[in-house]
Structures are given as structure tokens and as C-alpha cells.
Design a protein around this ligand. Sequence first.
Ligand code: ZN
Length: 125
Amino acid sequence: MSAPKKKKLKSLPSLLGDAQKVFNKWIRLRDKDELCIACGQHHEDYDAGHYVPQGPSSFLRFHEMNCHKEGKSCNAFDKFHLVGYRKNLIKKIGLENVEWLEENRRTVKRWSRIELEEIIKKYKS
Ligand SMILES: [Zn+2]
């Protein structure tokens, strides 16, 4: 008889990647009837674009107010895209919330395995 296969635990970085994928997909679905947050136009391809980039603020990485549907070209190639993003974001969630995001732009959070698994579960459904 063969021994039962041990379930291999996913590494933290790969969980983080999975969580981001599921979260981003959820954002695109939530905003499916909206236009690009940065330019207000329609695009062929969309990303889930973060207002505060994922690099400096790990805390806002999975924050629903910090992530909105954005045209791929605006998100990836327009270095001024955050100017329009901010303007439209204020319309969408209000200045107070935008300022709150900005205050937290350097807040660091270490995501635990359990938290990441919860994010995946929450946004998958
Ligand atoms: Zn755009």
C-alpha cells in the first residue's frame, strides 16, 4: 500500500500571487460596467490597477478602495495615469477616503498564510 500523499504547502510568495490574482479578478468583475478609472475611456484590455502601488504599501495591496478597473495601457504605459486616477477616484469614493489611502501609502503589512487563504476564499466566491 502506498502512503497517502502529503499535501504540499504552498510557499508564502506563491500564496500571495494567488491571492492577488483572485482579488484582481474580483475587482474587474466589480467594476465591469465602469470605464477606465484613469482616463474615463473604454479600453479593449483591462487590469485591476492600484492607486497606491503594491510595492511601497503592502497594507493596501488587498484593499478594495485602493484597486479599480483600469485600462492596461493606462496602467502600464502612462506614467501620469495617477493624475486622472486620483480625480476619478475622488468622484468614486470621496476625497476623505483618497486621503486616507495616501496617508497609508507606506504602511507595511506582513500577510500571514491564514490571512492570504482567507482572501483567496473570500474573493473566489
Ligand atoms: Zn485608460
